[in-house]
Design a protein around this ligand. Structure first.
Ligand code: ARG
Length: 265
């Protein structure tokens, strides 16, 4: 009996592996062709908490983004499952490109830099940076923070804005999530905090000892994101669902529920 030569064995193994690879991929596609990492589920990465976009309430994760993505999940016949992971790894593309989740919904601003590593949906929300301070802090602008400290959230557009625009001698303190940033301002660990207007206005509603001192006109737009060049089908469904929700009033209804007013414009 002649044993197969080594290269033949190697080739056979490679073939078997690649066939298995195909089979696995087939098993995780929806009828519409969207790729999913976990059968029956739309696995969504987000960085909690980001109220009112996504946050925990009575044991559930709820919010504006969550409801919009529920529409996408419904369209695909899937159930939304949310994975909490630091925002830094979401915006860097790491969470999506390593297959941790199918999409990211995290009140995430569409930027050119991010668009090189992840694919964004059409914009679904407008935002701008804003400054959170204690009422009577005397701080009403970035300039007032000269020689003082400011909290920023890791990996966010607010962090970048502060790095580029805050006075040289402002100490930036980096926090992993929004709640830590807000608490730092509230307890006086820092003199101010920068983050998106939507989340800060929501926070001061329940924390009257704090206020939004000013907004910076950064003209941002949020997008949902999928793996770079990896899931056109899912992206298409997200865009279709968003367009339909905007047309038929569902978007406005969800907006009013979480922001207690109609969308501007
Ligand atoms: N919009 C900002 C950005 O994209 C902040 C987003 C933070 N989101 C979160 N879920 N923590 O950088």
């Amino acid at each position: 009996m002649q044993l197969p030569s080594l290269p033949a064995v190697a080739a056979a193994t490679v073939l078997a592996l690649s066939l298995a690879g195909c089979a696995a991929e087939e098993a995780t596609k929806t009828e519409s062709g969207a790729k999913i990492v976990d059968e029956g589920k739309l696995t969504v990465c987000t960085g909690l908490p980001y109220k009112p976009f996504q946050f925990e309430q009575g044991g559930d994760i709820v919010g504006f983004d969550v409801e919009l993505i529920d529409l996408v999940a419904e369209e695909l016949g899937l159930e939304q499952t949310i994975i909490d992971t630091p925002f830094e790894g979401i915006q860097s593309g790491q969470a999506l490109n390593t297959g941790k989740c199918d999409l990211a919904a995290a009140g995430m601003t569409i930027t050119e830099e991010r668009a090189e590593v992840i694919d964004f949906s059409e914009p679904y929300f407008e935002a701008t940076q804003a400054l959170l301070v204690k009422v009577s802090s005397g701080v009403s602008s970035l300039e007032d923070l000269a020689g003082k400290s400011m909290a920023v959230q890791e990996g966010t557009t607010g962090e970048l804005y502060a790095e580029e625009n805050a006075p040289e001698d402002t100490t930036l303190r980096v926090f992993e999530d929004l709640a830590l940033l807000q608490t730092a301002v509230k307890t006086g660990q820092v003199d101010a905090g920068i983050n998106d207007n939507g989340v800060l206005y929501d926070y001061v509603k329940d924390n009257p000892e704090l206020e939004v001192a000013t907004e910076f006109d950064t003209g941002e737009e949020y997008g949902f994101a999928v793996k770079k060049d990896g899931n056109e089908s899912l992206l298409e469904t997200i865009n279709d669902v968003l367009a339909k929700a905007q047309d038929d009033g569902t978007y406005d209804e969800i907006y009013k529920k979480w922001f207690s007013e109609a969308p501007k414009g």
